[in-house]
Design a protein around this ligand. Sequence first.
Ligand code: SAH
Ligand code: DHB
Ligand code: MG
Length: 223
Amino acid sequence: MPTNRWSEMDHYIHDHLLAASKTEFDTVIQANAAAGLRAIDVPAVQGKFLNLLVTISGARRVLEIGTLGGYSAIWMAKALPEDGKLITLEYEPHHADVARANFARAGIAGRIEVIVGAALDTLPQLQARGKAAFDLIFIDADKPNNVGYLRWALALSRPGTIIVLDNVVRNGQVLDATSTDPNVLGSRAAFAFLQNEPRIDATALQLVGTKGWDGFAMGVVKG
Ligand code: SAH
Ligand code: DHB
Ligand code: MG
């Protein structure tokens, strides 16, 4: 696997197109490492892609499932309008604390709400609030619950809502129909769900770079 070249090319893209954001986002990565969080944030180029998706779609309400230290949340929230809102769901209180500190440092704490708890337990709160549907939903938490999260994403969506699901390639392990890895099973279940869900029009993109070979599925909720 030519992972060295993938990394070099990732750095090349980063140096040319993401340099303006480097210091700010490196600070987040450093704060996460100092707090003992695993470095499983989205790669920078993918964070920027999520940021552009918010801009392109004109999203005002974004939902994230799986906060970690808030790296992907900051990329997305920075593209929101002043009155936009991002809600992010996180199981680990320590991760949520680290994320809140990162949001404050980034000057966007006012646009972000962190809800602590198992997402399948906290998602019903969002429905009960009766607010407008989310415009963009990024699913990046515990993979065995992928299908549950996709069902919730549909419940909290409107026609046109964008749904992005991370880690659907996993170095190609997702091809292995005999795998017993719960993460692989979770990604395979997501593909089966999307295959059979006529309300979501979807594709998946393979990505290579500093974090190896992975990718995300993305789709739009149909009318
Ligand atoms: N989106 C982040 C990375 C998320 S890593 C980024 O790119 O910056 C996955 C996160 O999901 C971890 O912080 C983990 O604690 C959280 N998680 C795991 N199980 C969860 C659950 N049941 N509900 C909510 N969050 C969960
Ligand atoms: C893992 C989870 C992620 O969301 C990710 O982007 C990379 C790795 C993991 O649990 O190993
Ligand atoms: Mg991920």
